[in-house]
Design a protein around this ligand. Structure first.
Ligand code: NDP
Length: 284
């Protein structure tokens, strides 16, 4: 009697450089194992001059999709057939889906943040204060606006970047938007129901740093979120908790952007608990 075997893996992964410390594969492969999906997630160190060849190679090898991280999130757009609406508005792609040889670019950073935020607060009709105007802030501001937030208020160390992002959101989405000055200690606007640290302040090893806010101006009804995944329990979130605020950490964003990627690539709705546990073990 002969048994039939299938040794062919579904292939996914991430193209970035450097990429050795990117932990996404640990939680994605934990989800694949948990759900019995015969797929792999491979970290690939791809230099900028090899990006096009890497993308063509992935298609040639039948990959179902891949993430792009720094420095490829903008450059990869030139090699795709289609860009999803929010990714086009954000101006960056971090997730590519290969469907029948066609390459579709998505941005799952902001969507992952929104999925994590929604476990605690509904962004519809809310005023959100976004700290930062880099890639993460841009993805979050656009997705909040598309999700029905009433107004996005942006504060950034470099004021011109805050003004540019606020103008972009106001002109290109249904939400209102404004930039506010962040010279010295920032007072949270009275009407802000959601406050988000989308700067890199607090990222390891700068674990004691937190955005320069008047934390006394944070009301207990405000939901406070951080993008920093390492360490997840930041000084910013601890200060918000001390004010009685509900908090959402950056691991939730990391897990949920991967859940969206897995769904787009394989159709499987991955268990967030399994993925979070894999990361918790890694960062423990
Ligand atoms: P960028 O470099 O594009 O932007 C960094 C932002 O932080 C800018 O607004 C910058 O201000 C601000 N900033 C940095 N240092 C300081 C400081 N000392 N004081 C005030 N502002 C500061 O980075 P990204 O937007 O791509 O990433 C930001 C953070 O988000 C990173 O720490 C990253 O780990 C995290 N992230 C988390 C994800 C998750 O899934 N949890 C996903 C993606 C990102 P300025 O414009 O003045 O330079």
């Amino acid at each position: 009697m002969t048994a039939t075997h299938n040794f062919l893996s579904t292939l996914t992964g991430v193209f970035a450089s450097p990429v050795a410390e990117n932990p996404t594969g640990v939680m994605v492969e934990a989800a694949y194992r948990h759900h019995g999906v015969a797929a792999r997630y491979v970290n690939c160190d791809v230099a900028p001059e090899n990006l096009e060849a890497a993308v063509r190679g992935a298609v040639a090898m039948g990959w179902v999709g891949f993430n792009c991280s720094l420095p490829h999130k903008v450059a990869v757009m030139a090699f795709l057939d289609e860009i999803a609406e929010s990714a086009a508005l954000i101006g960056a792609v971090n997730c590519v889906v290969v469907r029948e040889g066609r390459l579709v670019g998505e941005n799952t950073d902001g969507q992952g943040f929104l999925a994590s935020l929604r476990t605690t607060v509904d962004p519809r009709s809310q005023v959100a204060l976004v700290l930062g105007a880099g890639g993460a802030a841009r993805a979050i501001a656009v997705e909040l606006a598309l999700a029905g937030a009433r107004k996005i208020v942006i504060a950034n160390r470099s004021p011109q970047r805050a003004a540019d992002l606020a103008r972009h959101v106001k002109e290109r989405t249904p939400a209102d938007a404004a930039a506010i000055d962040w010279a010295g200690t920032l007072t949270v606007p009275d009407d802000a129901g959601i406050v988000i640290n989308a700067t890199s302040i607090g990222l390891f090893p700068h674990v004691d740093e937190r955005p320069d806010l008047d934390y006394g101006s944070l009301g207990p009804a405000t939901a406070v979120a951080d993008v920093i995944p390492n360490p997840p329990h930041t000084a910013f979130l601890r200060a918000a908790e001390a004010r009685g605020c509900a908090t959402i950490d950056g691991l939730g964003m990391l897990v949920n952007q991967a859940v969206i990627g897995i769904r787009l690539w394989t159709g499987v709705d991955a268990d967030t608990h399994v993925m979070r546990a894999a990361l918790d073990e890694l960062f423990a």
